[in-house]
Design a protein around this ligand. Structure first.
Ligand SMILES: Cc1cc2nc3c(=O)[nH]c(=O)nc-3n(C[C@H](O)[C@H](O)[C@H](O)COP(=O)(O)O)c2cc1C
Length: 180
């Protein structure tokens, strides 16, 4: 049987992003039969503009929608910026929410996790990402939650903290189990 394909959307564009490291961990530790890929093009998207959202949409938009259409599920890994969703991720949500009622992630399971500096690990951003994607079309899996304060990692790659590695692997497994 073909692997279940999980597309990871990152809320940080920073090269040394801890959330990118969490996404790497999700990819390398995914249970057998699940392939996790990190989408690299969110920083290339123009700001959402209905005037650009035509049949001839910008190439970066078409690429995102094609990758989303290929995926069976989506995993969002994001920090919190000023108590909310980083702009790059909110912009991607808006592009993925159209065509209205028929976006490329429509009805596909989606989970939100991530890490942030604050003691609550970015839970505001994660809750708001779930809310926004819940309106945009995917089937948000509200029971999958993981909001990690960056202090959890002690300055090391998240893969080096056994509980984190186990929690991320569990997230990927639970998300894939939602694919029908
Ligand atoms: C513009 C900006 C706003 C931030 N706002 C918050 C915040 O509201 N809450 C929080 O916990 N951390 C906040 N932080 C700190 C980030 O959580 C921290 O830099 C984190 O490592 C960013 O994720 P990354 O390593 O994946 O890039 C902010 C960082 C930046 C650059």
């Amino acid at each position: 049987m073909a692997d279940i394909k999980v597309l990871t959307l990152l809320g940080s564009l920073r090269a040394a992003s801890i959330n990118r490291q969490l996404a790497e961990l999700a990819a390398e530790s995914a249970p057998e039969g699940i392939s996790v890929t990190i989408y690299e093009g969110l920083g290339d998207l123009p700001f959402y503009n209905e005037d650009l959202d035509t049949e001839d949409a910008p190439a970066a938009v078409a690429a995102l929608r094609a990758a989303a259409a290929e995926a069976d599920a989506a995993l969002v890994v994001t920090p919190e910026y000023n108590g909310s969703i980083p702009g790059v991720l909110k912009n991607a949500i808006d592009w993925l929410s159209r065509p209205y009622g028929n976006g490329a992630l429509k009805d596909k399971p989606l989970a939100v996790i991530g890490a942030a500096l604050g003691q609550y690990g970015g839970v505001w951003a994660h809750d708001e990402t779930r809310k926004s994607f819940g309106i945009a079309g995917p089937r948000v899996i509200e029971t999958i939650k993981l909001s990690l304060p960056t202090a959890t990692f002690g300055g090391k790659h998240p893969r080096e903290t056994a509980e984190v590695a186990e929690a991320v692997r569990e997230v990927v497994g639970k998300l894939a189990a939602e694919v029908s």
